[in-house]
Design a protein around this ligand. Structure first.
Ligand code: BDR
Ligand code: CA
Length: 314
């Protein structure tokens, strides 16, 4: 199966995404690295380790990464969506991790796993891109060992954190531009426009709750997240952004992508953190070519919704 490393800031949908990879037979989950994001780094690291313990995956190493973005001094967190502890205030109900945290940090673990894998590795960043930008800058010798970087982030239309920006990109725009704009490793961008269309409802959540102890424990983490998404969606459901991206990391092609130029707005103003995705017809793009044109990224635009929801549930 695909060799995979998840870089994450759990987060309710991160917890779903980690569980998806931890329990899927199609994938070889080599490690998990953590980053600040939905909550602070102490909480995201604790949550990641507990979700793996819930899935009985004490064999998967976890290392802690960045506590802050590259340029902004203060991280902004999303407690309004994920609850004070990142898991709707329910993280204490998860089993404690027995496996100790890796002694080196996230960039160290990523490097070690890339060096020792016999095949190129897919990295799925589902939080701010700080660790991955640092890795790409620090270890150019390892770029060729990365098969793809499948990023959950970005917005083609409106954002969710500001009018223009999606949370993961907004949280560290310079890091996002370093990864998406670097052109060193093929990137897939799974924007919120598509993840919103993959939202799950009451029936799906009930089916998950009834599927067994892990499904029941994951469903128990959702009350605050559901309350937030009731406002965002206008109906009783939630968006499992990160699980959609990890589904693509596990099963390449499950999302339909288009190769288009992408750049990240890094100036300090109302568009900070916006992803500028050039969806013009290629003929027009070529005619008007300007130096600011972005690097080509595979942007996920569509999927078979029923098939995807069934895969996530399974
Ligand atoms: C992204 O932001 C976080 O709140 C979610 O975990 C997801 O990674 C969606 O915009
Ligand atoms: Ca996340």
């Amino acid at each position: 199966g695909t060799k995979l490393i998840i870089d994450t800031d759990p987060g309710v949908d991160d917890a779903f995404a980690i569980a998806l990879a931890a329990l899927s037979e199609d994938v070889d989950l080599l490690g998990v690295t953590t980053v600040f994001g939905n909550v602070g780094i102490d909480a995201t690291t604790r949550n990641a380790r507990r979700v793996l313990a819930l899935c009985k995956r004490g064999d998967v190493p976890v290392a802690e990464g960045a506590a802050r973005p590259l340029v902004h001094v203060h991280p902004h967190v999303a407690k309004y969506a994920h609850g004070l502890d990142g898991l709707s205030g329910r993280s204490a109900a998860l089993p404690e991790a027995e496996r100790p945290l890796e002694p080196g940090g996230a960039v160290w673990l990523l490097s070690r796993l890339l060096e020792s894998s016999d095949e190129p590795v897919t990295i799925a960043p589902i939080g701010p891109l700080t660790n991955i930008a640092t890795l790409l800058s620090a270890r150019p010798d390892l770029h060729h060992r990365i098969a793809r970087i499948v990023v959950m982030g970005g917005a083609l239309g409106h954002g969710n954190t500001s009018a223009a920006a999606e949370f993961n990109i907004w949280s560290d725009p310079e890091a996002a531009q370093r990864v998406l704009g670097g052109g060193e490793v093929p990137c897939v961008l799974v924007p919120m426009d598509l993840t919103y269309r993959c939202a799950v409802g009451r029936e799906w959540l009930d089916a998950l709750a009834a599927s067994g102890p892990v499904g029941a424990a994951l469903t128990a983490l959702t009350p605050d997240y559901l309350a937030h998404y009731r406002k965002a969606l206008g109906w009783d459901g939630m968006v499992v952004h990160d699980a959609v991206a990890v589904a693509e990391a596990i099963r390449p092609g499950v999302l339909r992508t288009e190769a288009v130029p992408v750049s990240v707005e890094t100036s300090f103003g109302p568009a900070r953190g916006a992803t500028v995705v050039d969806q013009r017809r290629p003929e027009l793009r070529a005619e008007t070519e300007v130096p600011e044109g972005g690097n080509t990224v595979n942007v996920a635009v569509d999927t078979d919704l029923d098939m995807l929801r069934a895969f996530l549930l399974e």
